[in-house]
Ligand binder design. Structure first.
Ligand code: ADP
Ligand code: NA
Length: 340
């Protein structure tokens, strides 16, 4: 039986954090038994904002190391970096000609990232969702594990796939591909940590680009740093409540309880049963223990792997060689469909 295919990516833009782990990379690992998985270091996306070339090289290796350290198997599945496979940029161009400007104008991430100076960001940042659609559809992937913030982009990918299928229906059929060429991929956004919030402000998502280092736990933080960041995390003065419903309106408490539950593999109800009525200082002590227990080995393994760049590069070379077979097949078919 042919397994369905999963695709997802992470940008090599530095500061990989707990949100990337709980919302995305830990989920990548979970899907390995049921899907054929392709996980990509999306370096073409990274240059939509200014990047320092030597840092980019280092960060590409760091994301690769994170995938492996978190448990992605680069032999049974595929890890590669986007710039090694020309089909991503080529298909993105085709999708630039399928997608509508009005669709791009609705993307909330562009509005957030561009800020007030919208006339002066790169055209690539604006077209980013079109490249993301190409990443997924180049492998005709069925499912895309992502955090909540990427939901709108996966939905746009479905719109692009559908419009391509409709616009070229006749040619798709004439070339022997049947009714539709691209599947409509499903976003896989599951669990309570699909949107991990900043440790300094429960209304902002934990992010690589937050200027405060105390806003996030990095995957490479050592035990002391993890402990310090959790102890300094913002909370409110109330004790922990008894039910999940009572976490509503208490974003910092809700965030920390969610992080605890996901790291420990327990439900939030179960966590609250243990800590209800207690002070945050006690809860934070237990959170430090579980965070260090789960993240410590990942950080250590990442350090070990990045110290061996030849190995990392061999994983990426092997991955791109294997993935190019699928990419070429899709893009050659797209060329036939377009009449090239
Ligand atoms: P970032 O948003 O940190 O710059 P990416 O855009 O490379 O990182 O995202 C990589 C993956 O991590 C995506 O699937 C994204 O949805 C997920 N992700 C990013 N931040 C968070 C967060 N705070 N909580 C949960 N998932 C997140
Ligand atoms: Na993101």
């Amino acid at each position: 039986v042919l397994k369905q295919r999963v695709f997802s990516g992470v940008q090599p833009t530095g500061n990989l954090h707990l949100g990337n782990y709980l919302g995305a990379i830990s989920r990548f690992v979970a899907f390995q038994n049921t899907y054929d998985c392709i996980y990509c270091v999306v370096d073409l996306h990274a240059i939509t904002v200014p990047q320092e070339p030597q840092a980019l090289t280092r960060q590409i290796r760091e994301v690769t190391a994170a995938f492996i350290a978190c448990g992605v198997d680069p032999v049974k599945h595929i890890i590669f970096n986007q710039s090694q496979v020309a089909g991503h940029a080529e298909l993105a161009w085709v999708f630039n000609c399928v997608a509508r400007i009005g669709w791009m104008n609705r993307m909330t991430q562009f509005k957030e990232k561009a800020g007030k100076d919208r006339e002066n960001v790169s055209l690539g940042l604006y077209a980013y969702p079109s490249l993301m659609a190409a990443d997924i559809l180049l492998y005709r992937a069925h499912a895309v594990p992502v955090g909540e913030d990427q939901k709108q982009h996966v939905e746009l990918t479905r719109d692009i796939a559908q419009k391509f299928n409709n616009d070229f229906a006749e040619s798709i059929a004439r070339n022997g591909f049947g009714e539709t060429f691209f599947p409509l991929p499903e976003p896989l956004i599951q669990g309570v940590s699909t949107r991990v919030m900043s440790l300094r402000d429960g209304t902002k998502k934990m992010s690589k680009s937050d200027p405060s280092d105390y806003s996030r736990i990095n995957l490479t933080d050592d035990a002391d740093t993890i402990a310090q960041k959790i102890r300094k995390a913002k909370t409110d003065p109330e004790p922990l409540p008894e039910t999940v419903e009572e976490l509503a309106g208490r974003p910092e408490a809700e965030n920390l309880v969610g992080i605890f539950a996901t790291l420990a593999g327990r439900t939030r109800e179960d966590v609250l049963r243990e800590f209800a009525g207690g002070q945050f200082s006690t809860f934070k002590g237990a959170l430090v223990d579980i965070a260090v227990e789960k993240l410590g080995p990942i950080g250590a393994e990442m350090q070990r792997l990045v110290a061996d760049p030849a190995y990392i590069d061999s994983v990426l070379n092997d991955g791109s060689r294997r993935v190019r077979v699928i990419a070429d097949e899709t893009f050659n078919a797209v060329k036939d469909i377009l009449g090239f």
